[in-house]
Design a protein around this ligand. Structure first.
Ligand SMILES: Cc1cc2nc3c(=O)[nH]c(=O)nc-3n(C[C@H](O)[C@H](O)[C@H](O)COP(=O)(O)O)c2cc1C
Length: 194
């Protein structure tokens, strides 16, 4: 155990954690804001909550805190170009979503990218100072998944990647439990879960 944390090693260790990739989005004062985010995780099944860690220096930070609601697009492999472009620092923000087919969340109006395996809509529940990122915890007010797509976009050591699936499922012989296409979890329905 080193006496002092080496910043480069810290970053290298974090890079060894493979994640999925999302695009988080919000609408503030009628303007779309969006950015690529992999620091996303589930928090609670009942009530349904997730979090995303947002860099305080990002231009997405203030609008998402101000709007109080946001969308999450869990990207599939076809979303790699969107992930790449919506992560470019200082990019032109006006019309940044135009190249990427998207639709609107029915509850929040957030832009949700079509090249995704599923979507969540959230209302901010709490925010926490995490250091140079704000931890934004949201209550999930709507969720949907896409039937017939099953190839998540992965991120590992600054590379996008694909999932090589082992045939045995932890859930038993059926690796893909049937999920109705685009089920919607309405606010206050009391059910939920990942
Ligand atoms: C794969 C990937 C994952 C990222 N995950 C996050 C994240 O979870 N939180 C975050 O604040 N920034 C994350 N970023 C960086 C932001 O996307 C990037 O800083 C932001 O889009 C810069 O835009 P800006 O110039 O408008 O601030 C990620 C970038 C990539 C490529």
């Amino acid at each position: 155990m080193p006496a002092r944390l080496d910043d480069a090693v810290f970053r290298a260790a974090l890079g060894r954690f493979t994640s999925g990739v999302t695009v988080v989005s919000t609408v503030f004062e009628g303007v779309d804001h969006a950015m690529t985010a992999s620091a996303f995780t589930s928090v609670s099944l009942t009530p349904p909550r997730v979090l995303v860690c947002v860099d305080t220096r990002s231009r997405f930070h203030d609008p998402v805190l101000a709007s109080g609601s946001w969308g999450v697009s869990i990207l599939d492999e076809a979303g790699q170009d969107a992930a790449s472009r919506l992560a470019v620092r200082g990019r032109e923000l006006t019309h940044q979503l135009d190249p990427f087919p998207h639709h609107r969340g029915t509850v929040t109006g957030a832009a949700l990218l079509d090249d995704a395996l599923g979507w969540l809509e959230c209302r901010t529940w709490r925010t926490y100072d995490g250091g140079d990122h704000t931890i934004v915890v949201g209550t999930v007010v709507a969720a949907a998944v896409v039937g017939g797509r099953d190839d998540p976009l992965l991120y590992y050591r600054s590379h996008y990647g694909s999932l090589l699936r082992r045939p045995v499922s932890e859930r038993g012989p059926d690796p893909a439990p049937a999920v109705p296409e685009r089920p919607v979890l309405e606010p206050g329905s009391g059910s939920g879960g990942a």
